[in-house]
Design a protein around this ligand. Sequence first.
Ligand code: ASP
Length: 335
Amino acid sequence: MRKKVCLIHTGGTIGMARTKHGYAPQKGFIRSILSEMNELKSEEIPAFDLIEYDPLLDSSSIAVGEWIKIARDIREKYEEYDGFVILHGTDTMAYTASALSFMLEELAKPVILTGSQIPLCEVRNDGRDNLITALMIAGNYKVPEVCLFFGNELYRGNRATKVSSDELIAFDSPNYPPLAEAGVRIKLNEGAIREAGKALKLSEFQSHQIAVLKIFPGIQFEIFENILTSNLKGIVFEAFGAGNIPENKGTLNRILDKAEENGTVIVVCTQCLRGSALIGEYEASLSFAKAGAVSGYDMTVEAAVTKLYYLLSMNYAADKVKRLMSTDLRGEMSI
Ligand code: ASP
């Protein structure tokens, strides 16, 4: 029997129309483009129902509220479909993929985010292949994970990151192998794929104050003192190399002490594309150790931020949030 996929269009370049102000989302436009693509009627492609969000968003405006909406729609329609494809702008696609991976526990069907760098309305575009292959994988392959498909590779969603603003290979999964490669054939990397869950469980996020702070030489930490209030529930440091940070004449310790006093969870990731942040590997991470910060290991910043939303929304005590931040929950980190 022909498989059935639920296709959710949230916005982004893939479905944009040419307007006199440049590319912009347009209500109903994707439905008319898809209806003109005869290849989508082929038996090889699963049947699909299209849900078009209103308003359609540039993904820079997608955050907690939209993540919840997508997750709820998936849960509501979960039994009706073999898989889900989410059309999404590329800019924050890796955040949404990570967020959904934490919200949707015990997933047993593929949820694949995809989009494109050139809209489907152009003759030369990358959206066509991304869409067709994502539909085929979502309908016919056993990948019970939240994934991101782009440029012929299927990545674990919470391992992916956007690496190019204008190349067609726009994403990478720097610390984890692709789950599948779409060459002449679609080849699954079986050993890298998680086992199917039993009963889908949705954990919705609440909105929390979280900050990301990228370290650079000469950073004056005193600038950030005012953001370190008790409302700030978590802070992700993008530290140098393996998790190192300059002390800058004691100013670092002042802000770390303040964060600790306020109960803000401090997570340390690396600003390198590949590899891990491990507090204690170098003396230059001692301040983090003293402040009770936790290592983010090889998590992407996208995964670290969305995991903070997830754990903070569970209302766990700070110690439990810290412990779980350093524990692999959805394949987002290798320790
Ligand atoms: N600005 C667009 C977005 O993220 C870019 C894209 O879709 O590729 O929505």
